[in-house]
Design a protein around this ligand. Structure first.
Ligand code: MEV
Length: 312
């Protein structure tokens, strides 16, 4: 039997980094997916094939000996296979650029949790999320859970570490995403922000307050489909991200290129590299793609489905 599942990428529209310290974020799942296929095999091994390479590991190997690139998926497979004498072959295919803030590793954990557990039983989205987050934490201990939650449920949502709330609007916008191709490490950037927080305690706490009220205004604009206001707030959010040191000249230049033609633009995800996101509709989509044409860029719509099983 083969079990296949896919999960969407995500962008953080507002609230990255501040969310690690209890703030709210607005998350959007987008229509780029990662697909994981799994099949039980007779040998006691876990084989993982992906764009990052292929490994075959004993299913009893200690997790700490597994290359971090494969560790979360290995973790999920090992955990689920406890109930079986068999091994597994896992194949991962992705439309999501990796390491650039679009949640590729979270989407991979979510799709893998769905695909592998599907070999044995039906599993709820809540259980998938729990397993995927546990797996993600094998490489990024402080993960807030935002990315895995967005990839699991899809749509647009308000997110805090204590819960989520759907923002039930029919999106009248697209997101243009441009990739700086500067690979970053989310955990390193999160650590740097922690140091900023410790050395600039007062400034950081003021920024948290400002970010919180900005997000409430942004939710209001989203509910009213007011793209002009929403875009302005993205630009304000970018100034806060700049202050905590997660932007850089390359990202600033990309945002400058996008901001005069789109409704607004900002970093999405950890920053330090990765992607920027610009808010557009039919009236300025082409002009924004043109303005960003010297970068790898593409337009996306909101994914409203989240993780899904695929009939092979
Ligand atoms: C990374 O996509 C978002 C961060 O806020 C980290 C996290 O929420 O785990 C930077």
């Amino acid at each position: 039997m083969i079990s296949v599942a896919s999960a969407p990428a995500k962008v953080i529209l507002f609230g990255e980094h501040f969310i690690v310290y209890g703030g709210k974020a607005i998350l959007c799942a987008i229509d780029k997916r990662i697909t994981v296929e799994s099949e039980l095999v007779d040998s006691a091994t876990i084989k993982i094939e992906s764009d990052l390479g292929t490994v075959t590991i004993s299913k009893n190997e200690s997790i700490k000996n597994v290359d971090s690139k494969f560790r979360p998926v290995f973790f999920i497979a090992q955990k689920i296979l406890q109930q079986s004498n068999l091994g597994i072959r896992i194949s991962i295919k992705s439309e999501i650029p990796s390491g650039v803030g679009l949640g590729s590793s979270s989407a991979c954990c979510v799709a893998a949790a769905r695909s592998i557990s599907g070999l044995f039983k039906k599993t709820s989205k809540e259980e998938i999320l729990k397993l995927a987050l546990e797996a993600e934490k094998t490489v990024f201990e402080n993960a807030s859970g935002a990315d895995t939650t967005s990839c699991t449920y899809g749509g647009i949502m308000e997110y805090t570490k204590n819960g989520t709330k759907n923002i039930d609007v029919i999106p009248n916008f697209y997101l243009v995403i441009a990739n700086s191709k500067i690979i970053h490490s989310t955990s390193d950037v999160v650590l740097r922000v922690k140091q900023f927080k410790e050395t600039h305690a007062e400034e950081f706490s003021l920024l948290c307050i400002n970010e919180a009220s900005l997000i409430e205004e942004a939710i209001n604009s989203l509910n009213r489909n007011d793209l002009k206001k929403l875009g302005e707030k993205m630009l304000v959010n970018q100034t806060y991200l700049h202050k905590i040191g997660v932007s850089n000249e390359s990202l600033d230049a990309m945002i400058d290129s996008a901001k005069s033609v789109s409704y607004g633009a900002k970093i999405t995800g950890a920053g330090d590299g990765g992607c920027i996101v610009a808010l557009v509709d039919d009236s300025n989509l082409r002009a924004t793609l043109d303005a960003l044409s010297k970068y790898e860029c593409f337009s996306t719509k909101i994914d409203s489905i989240g993780v899904k099983e695929i009939t092979p």
